[in-house]
Design a protein around this ligand. Structure first.
Ligand code: KG4
Ligand code: ZN
Length: 359
């Protein structure tokens, strides 16, 4: 007979990119611990995440990050009901480190193991933080993804739109880099934009007014590059700030337009008054959050944007997705195979956006 507890705290592990993270979450949504070790300094000199360096850093730090998460939660492994680890998509070296460690803990302590899709972690965060009910509309904007999804239940995600080129975070990162704003680009660009005049540069509003809910950011990035070239030596701090502000306004207009269309599709199926959730690292951007909150309000939708620390990569979201799956008996065997690519919507498997390294 299986003596495993059916319910209890779940340890989550996240190693799919450049954060080594572990967290413990209780079934009643309490976050008992949440440890995130960023590898930013290890990658900064390269201006981006180097997969081999990331995998080695995860290997070096994961055990102590897990020990910290368990000690913060004041628990031992036998107190857990399960262990959940990101099983993809992401940099496969790191994913292997996290998933293998999780399986070992599960095996030694006879705990349930759940291999979690990193995007599902982002998608379900609003249920962890706000207890929002299914179904809801999700705008997932991160370094590797830019998608609009109808979230109808655990494992039931329907993609309404995606990017045909760069992800939103990727656009922030690349644009910041070509403006010489440093790494990571998103927060640097937002800081610059705070001092900028968004009306100085007239940049294109990608996809606005087009049918469908897809995104595209490469044209906007190219437009910024052209302005940078035209400015030449005139690209002083003020010009950078103005360009950053103009870029941010263009991205906001695009996200609002595309989300507005998805809301119409979503409401036709699920009715009005549902939730509109924005998740992923780009959701940390205050100007974008405000624009999307305004959109939700105009549609009478409940707007949920998780707190910043739970928008960027973390393990609490993985532990929570593990809780939801454990409650439904959706556990995985120890033969679970980590996967570098893993679309949330199986229907979308053939048309994943380019550059989906970060999720
Ligand atoms: O979700 P996340 O932490 O990692 C994954 O991509 O999975 O998202 C990271 C992305 C990066 O592209 C980063 O530049 C962007 O989120 N980001 C931001 C901000 N903070 C992080 N983009 C715009 N404004 C921000 N404040
Ligand atoms: Zn992420």
């Amino acid at each position: 007979m299986d003596a495993r507890p059916k319910s209890g705290p779940v340890l989550g592990i996240e190693t799919s990119c450049d954060e080594t993270a572990a967290a413990v979450v209780a079934p009643d949504r309490r976050i008992l611990s949440n440890v995130v070790l960023s590898q930013l300094d290890e990658h900064r000199i390269y201006g981006g995440v180097v997969p081999e360096i990331a995998a080695r850093a995860h290997l070096d730090h994961l055990d102590s990050v897990i020990a910290q998460a368990m000690s913060d939660a004041n628990l031992g492994f036998p107190d857990l009901a399960g262990v959940a680890a990101t099983g993809g998509p992401g940099l496969i070296g790191g994913v292997l480190v996290g998933a293998t460690t999780a399986k070992a803990i599960a095996m030694v302590h006879n705990l349930a193991f759940m291999g979690i899709n990193h995007l599902e972690g982002h998608a379900l965060t609003a249920r962890l933080t706000d207890g929002i009910e299914y179904p809801y509309l999700l705008l997932l904007v991160s370094g590797g993804h830019c998608q609009l999804l109808a979230v109808e239940g655990v494992g039931r995600y329907r993609r309404l739109g995606t990017t045909i080129d760069d992800a939103a975070g990727e656009a922030f990162d690349k644009t910041a880099k070509l403006m010489g704003l440093g790494y990571p680009g998103g927060p640097a660009l937002e800081r610059a934009a705070e001092r900028g005049d968004a009306t100085r540069f007239d940049l294109p509003r990608p996809m606005v007014g087009r049918p469908g809910c897809d995104f595209s950011f490469s044209g906007l990035k190219t437009a910024v590059r052209r302005r940078v070239e035209e400015l030449g030596d005139g690209l002083d701090d003020q010009a950078k700030a103005d360009l950053a502000a103009s870029f941010q306004v263009a991205v906001a207009a695009s996200l609002v337009d595309r989300s507005g269309r998805a809301i119409a599709l979503f409401e036709a199926e699920h009715g009005t008054g549902r939730g509109f959730v924005v998740a992923g690292g780009v959701a940390a951007n205050k100007a974008l959050r405000a624009a999307l909150a305004g959109l939700a309000e105009r549609h009478g939708m409940v707007f949920v944007a998780p707190p910043l620390a739970l928008c960027t990569d973390n393990a609490a979201m993985i532990a929570w997705a593990g809780q939801e799956r454990l409650a439904l008996g959706m556990v995985d065997g120890l033969d679970f195979r980590p996967r570098p690519r893993w679309p949330l919507d199986p229907e979308a498997a053939r048309s994943i956006g380019a550059g989906a390294v970060k999720a």
